[in-house]
Design a protein around this ligand. Sequence first.
Ligand code: SF4
Length: 472
Amino acid sequence: MSEEEKFPVEISPVYEGERIRKGDMHVELGGPDVTYKWELVQAKSMDEVEDGKVNIVGPDLNELEEGKSYPYGVLVEVAGAQVEKDLESVIERRIHDFSNYVEGYMHLNQRYDIWCRISKKAFKKGLNSFKWIGKALIRLFKAELPFIEKMQVTFYTDPEKVKELHEFALKVYEARDARTRGIRDEDVDTFYSCVLCQSFAPQHVCIITPNRVSLCGAINWFDARAAARVDPKGPVIPVPKGECLDPIKGEYTGANECVEKRSLGANKRFYLYSAFGYPHTSCGCFETILFYIPEVDGFGCVDRGFKGPTVNGLPFSTLATQVGGGIQTEGFLGLGIEYYRSSKFMQADGGWNRVVWIASTLRKRIEDAIPAELKDKIATEKEASTIEELEKFLVEKGHPLAEKIKERKAALAAEEAKAAEAAPPTVTPTVTPTVPMEGVVAAPSFGGIKIVFSGAKIKVGKLTVVVEGGKS
Ligand code: SF4
């Protein structure tokens, strides 16, 4: 019997939506409680890869203590005549869906944000070694992406090794991201579209342009171009730009046609550089969320790693429910980190001048993108944890929105003063002595409501209690 036939759990796309709750997990790999986690694909020469090999550096699954979270790294090395550097990101992004085909293995996010769990049920069934996950990945990758001729996978759980390679992985991601910084949307005649996440958000379509990296942050314009070339029937396809309908909002006929077709009519127009009107949709893989704060008419930004509430009182997880699902929600966007560095960042909405609050965890990662003149004018949770504190901060620091905030506050104060002047004089109610109701008087009960007067001296002209359904 072959290894494949003896595989202890099922491998099928039906497990893609499987969620493993904390109480049901055997162990957690990566995730929010762990600092070092990553996944990385590297293109190698044919003689550097031993096809089908799975390595484990550190304790294997059956050596990890139940209920705990562990540092985690997954290194996939691929080779083939058509395998080139540009394909690394695209192959890497497929780790997400192929991992989720494995029954009892949950995989969320990408790059330095991965969050995986093994279920207790699958562990008991025999999913007790990384070798099974590695073998499943190799089989799925080679079946779906035949240009991969050789593949080997290494799983890292040794904390020191995970940390060491985390540094290396960050450099690789940065080098990939930096490639698109030199070109603009005007310089190309083709954009790309990806629907890999439709298994989670069926009407979501990503439009990837030089100035707008995918919201998962894992696929930029070069990566998408390479993917469409080697896998023309895959989830990433070219999108002829067509006519530019609005260069400020970023609306193109080609992108609109593609969105309408690939979302099966659910969405018809996309503005690539705005959160209003026809914003780009989001699945659930976004690296960050940009959210509108109506009280100051500005934007807040938060990344997945931020644990507390944002300035509007909502944590990332709650905001994510507003953003995701492939639905256009004005004022909310899922964004890839690299988009903050784009010269077209929120261009139609005022760009960086409209940003008022950034979670400190995100700020650390995009400090270089913030224009010098705004650096001390944008708050984090340390300067403002409520809207009131934020308004005060922005006015004190002279943020570009400060004048508008002052005007709005002055108008509000004037309105309140006017309302107070127009209000009728306050009448102090007089208490008319009346016949006391001694003892306890219970009114009849209405559909479960019972009113009891105890030792009260009350004069009631008429008492009406309306219960649900209008019965009095
Ligand atoms: S977020 Fe967009 S680009 Fe990234 S994998 Fe999903 S659909 Fe593709």
